[in-house]
Every structure is written in structure tokens, then in C-alpha cells.
Design a protein around this ligand. Sequence first.
Ligand SMILES: Nc1nc2c(ncn2[C@@H]2O[C@H](COP(=O)(O)OP(=O)(O)OP(=O)(O)O)[C@@H](O)[C@H]2O)c(=O)[nH]1
Ligand SMILES: [Mg+2]
Length: 304
Amino acid sequence: MSWFGRLKEGLSRSAGALSQGLAGVFGSSRVDAATLQDLEELLISSDLGVQASARIAAQLGEKRWGPQVPPNEARTALADAIATILQPAERPLDVTGAKPFVVMLVGVNGTGKTTTIGKLASRLRGEGKSVLLVAGDTFRAAAIEQLKAWGERSGAPVLAREAGADAAGLAFDALTQAKTQGTDVVLIDTAGRLQNKANLMAELAKIVRVVKKVDASAPHAVLLVLDATTGQNARAQVAAFKELVQVSGLIMAKLDGTARGGMLVALAEEFGLPIHFVGVGERVDDLQPFSANAFARALVGLES
Ligand SMILES: Nc1nc2c(ncn2[C@@H]2O[C@H](COP(=O)(O)OP(=O)(O)OP(=O)(O)O)[C@@H](O)[C@H]2O)c(=O)[nH]1
Ligand SMILES: [Mg+2]
């Protein structure tokens, strides 16, 4: 299946909900103020957020509509308006600025951090880069095993210690090793849940501090992994993690399991952070670089 095909399949639940609504909104012959009002409400109820929904409706209101609106014309105009909002978030993750380029993945438990690291490792290995995985979620033994399995699948070595070990110390050793061995990219997995938020904050801050002892410019990226099925709660998570660590970009996982994919538009509008990748399934090739246009078109149910 093509890249767009997989995105479209992943977003099918989100697109289905929006599509049905759109047919109703643009069902009558003219586009007038009431149509735009209905559209705005549909977008809000599809999780695109109040601000973005208003902007999109306004942009569609400026278009010169003919007396008859072919369904695909409305859909295309909507996709264009959504893509306009998403465009600033389309910033590919560039791992060439440092060697090793150090990436930390953070997020609440179960969002998809470890799986995303595995997919990312595969992708980077496919580009010919050497990658070191760091089992920084030392909180759970299962997390360490899970990362090791991804290491085997992607052909990337994994640096791990026993459960309960100090994650920051492990990260320090990993960076030192990567420096000596000339590794291109270091991907650090982190715990999603510790005993409480203060512990999590202390743990992440400590990893950052210790990593800086090896390379003052590291970590070069701190990626917050979000679970798309959590809907609007993802906004609270972005706000919370931005306070804990210097989040440099987002990865939206599990878009395939939800009808609420529209919330990515709300996040782009509200936070202005890059969205580097989207996850549309559990397979290794289900992590795609984020494309504003492709996402917008798949979300409104266009065919390509
Ligand atoms: N459908 C789907 N499932 C996903 C995706 N990404 C991750 N998952 C699944 O989500 C579950 C949790 O993923 P993990 O990678 O373990 O999440 P985590 O953030 O590392 O979790 P903790 O280590 O407990 O904090 C797993 O069953 C994954 O297979 C995705 O894009 N789509
Ligand atoms: Mg994990």
C-alpha cells in the first residue's frame, strides 16, 4: 500500500466522522453564513479546536462559491484551509546537526514512546545511520525487554541496565559510548509514569542535566509522544510536559485507533510545535513523517 494509502487507512475513523458531517453541511445548494456556522460547529465537534475551526470557517467564507457546490470542491477547500494551519508544524526531524544527535522521547505512560523509538530506529537504520537505543525507562523490567526486542528488529544495539538502575547514569554511559564509537543517533527511552509527577519531573531533568555533561548542546531533540485516542487530554499533556522539559517537537501515535485525529489541528494551532511524525499502526513502517497536505486530505476523506 502507498504511503498516502496507509495514512488514509489509519485516519479512516476520523475521516468517516468528518465526512458524514460534511455531507450534511454542504448538502444544500448554497454556501451562506448558516453553512459556515454549521461547518465551524462540525469542526469543533471533530476536535479541531475552537480557534482553528473559526479560522478555517473564515477562510472558506472568503472563497467565491458557485450556486452549486460539488462535494469534492467543498472537501478540497476544507483540506486546503486545514493544511494552511498545519503547514508550520511540518518540520522534518533533522538528525544531522550533531554527532551523536541525542533524542529523548518523553510522554505519559502508554502513549507509544517505546514503540515509536523502535520504528524511528528502523527508519534511521534504513537511511544508513548508526543508532544506539537507551533503555532509560528503568522503572519496569518489561520496558527494558520491550526495547531490546525493538533493537533486534531494527538492528540497533541497546544499552540497558537492570530494572531500578539510575536512568541518568545509563544515559551518561550511552552518550560516552556513542561518542567513542562515532554513533550517529542516540534514542533515549524514558519512563512515562513514576510514583508521582514530581518524581517524573526530577527524573527527566536529571537525564537532561547529566547528558549535558557529555555534550552541552544535548539533548538535541526532546520529542513528546502523544496518544491520539486521548483526544483533548493531549493538550493538557503538551502543556504539562512543556513545563517539565524543553519539548522540541511532537509525535502523534495511534491515529489509526481513533475518530479524533482532528485534534492534531488544534495542537498545531495552539502550540506551534513541530509535528515530526505520525503513527498510524503498530507495524514498523507505520511511522510516517508528518505532511500537512497529506494529513489534511486524508482527514477530510479525499482520495489522494
Ligand atoms: N494502533 C496503534 N498502536 C500503537 C501505535 N503506537 C504504539 N502503539 C501501541 O500502544 C501500546 C503502548 O505502546 P508503548 O510503546 O509501550 O508505549 P509507552 O509510551 O512506551 O508506554 P510506557 O512505557 O508504559 O510509558 C503498544 O501496544 C503499542 O503497540 C500506533 O501508532 N498505532
Ligand atoms: Mg515504554
